[in-house]
Design a protein around this ligand. Sequence first.
Ligand code: 1HE
Length: 262
Amino acid sequence: MASKKQDLTVELRGKKKEVALVRLTRPAKRNALSDGLIYALRDAFQNLPASVRAAVIDGEGEHFCAGLDLSELKERDAGQGVFHSRTWHTALDAVQYGPVPVIAALHGAVVGGGLELASSAHIRVADATTFYALPEGTRGIFVGGGGSVRIPKLIGVARMTDMMLTGRVYNAEDGERLGLAQYLVPEGQALDKALALAERIAQNAPLTNYALTHALPRIAEQPADHGFMTEALISAIAQAAPEAKARVRAFLEGKAAKVQKG
Ligand code: 1HE
């Protein structure tokens, strides 16, 4: 089952349709993010079917995403520019703070707004062809899709500043070493790896996944004292769920998997 909006498809995978594969399908323009595509992304993540427990984003063709559609960067005045940036914020917030964990499967160019989109996912899997850049600096503009908030959390302010000031491009190995991606796989294998991770994540208790995607990033922003309190609240809520009790009981009865050496 697949649905199609502007340059975007949503396909449900898995026995219970528990994984949504959200694909950018504008390869002729390197999946550049037009306004229509940004709205389609927002709508897709705000309207995931109830069966979905995890999602994967990928891009059709040789590149994940070339960022903002530069052909639409016409003469916006300052007010329209603010509105445009806020539209991106809404869409990428729908990715980060939607109902389920999201994994970005990366290959080829992950640049500008493409890196902003990838940064809004919870896990990034990159194949060996992946490269990362923030060409905004050299195009006389600035990030506007939440990159200045999210990217420093992955690689630090100094590295992002360098990428924008100098146009520095990081390759796939650099990206994994620095924390732009958590997984590095051979060419052509990012989607399969991301789908396998999504399938595994989909088996977690939904409340644990929700705590990880909604509570953890907020706890990390809180002063420690507030963070400890929020942690106590969310962990108490998670462990009170019948599903948590059943999972712990299964382990104690020797019916659940042990942690295996990595
Ligand atoms: C585009 C875009 C785009 C390609 N907007 N049309 N992003 C950038 O500055 C990156 C610009 N793109 C590139 O550097 C390269 O296209 C790539 C490295 C991504 C891919 O190179 P390549 O050789 O595979 O493709 P290409 O021949 O450059 O592009 C194929 C077509 O896609 C071509 O159009 P055509 O009609 O001539 O075939 C390109 O014009 C088109 N295309 N990228 C529009 N980005 C919220 S603020 C975010 C701010 C930003 O993201 S700024 C960074 C924008």
